[in-house]
Design a protein around this ligand. Sequence first.
Ligand SMILES: [Zn+2]
Length: 324
Amino acid sequence: MSNYTFKISGLSKYKGFLQSLQNSNHAVILFSKDKLLLDAISSLYVMMQECDNEYKPCMFCDTCQKIIDKNALDVEYFGEDKNIMVDDSEAIVSSSFVVPYEFKNKYFILKNFDEATVQAQNKLLKVIEEPQKFDKFILLVNNLDAVLPTIKSRCQIYNVPKLSIEELKNVFDFEVGQGKRVSFGAQFANGSLTALNNIFFDEQFEEIYSLCVKILTNLKTSRDVLEYSSLILKHKDKLNVVLEILCLLYRDILAIKQGKQNLVQNTEQLNVLMVLANTENSLALVNIIKEIESVKQKLKYNANISGVIDNLLLRILEIKYICK
Ligand SMILES: [Zn+2]
């Protein structure tokens, strides 16, 4: 997987953010939905602390290089290949007493900390509360609610700003000739490198996207419902993606209707969307979006997926009819 440390370091947004981290406590929570971004930011944080150059992190000195390559002796990573368990916490506790080999401080980068077991989190409370003077704990978290309040109260919590769509496109690694695919995926990634990475390598994504466009244009009668419902169910394990794209497309049509073209995300489908904006009515669009949002929630608890999808398509037709 790509390492974005270098590219992220070049964005002024993150220079400012790293400055604000400079004088943080010995324990911080870095919070973002974007795991690849968190990865880069945590490396940069360590570099800011350890790089000896005047303009830091310089990215080129031995110290910075080791941190980028993840082979610095005093930086330990946990939670990368598997979630943090009690035995990891025990390893962290015992290592936290060992003085650093080469750096000023010793760093524990605890990835996916929101996935750590409750016991594992509990086991770290004491060491986070009364650390050695050289210890720094960096907790990377996608979901703050899953972190014990007792851990949160002992850490400084930083919300890592997300990338803009333009920054995302500039930063993302791709090969010559794939630029269009990147722009396409970036529309759905919500400023997240991780999301864009997942979309980019997902073979099903474009198929799902064109299916959604077809539903928007061709779903006209209840006879179409069965056909499209079975096409959607081919992507059973990606229903959230289907619903997400449908939602985005309907939002775009609504934006066009309201004259807010600058908000349109699916610029590649602009012509299709503009035609639809002429035929669909705003109230119907608002209600359809609400309906899709509620289905997203329902699917979390409802096992009868095909029933839920059939219903959604029928509801879309019904809403269009009522709002005519
Ligand atoms: Zn350096």
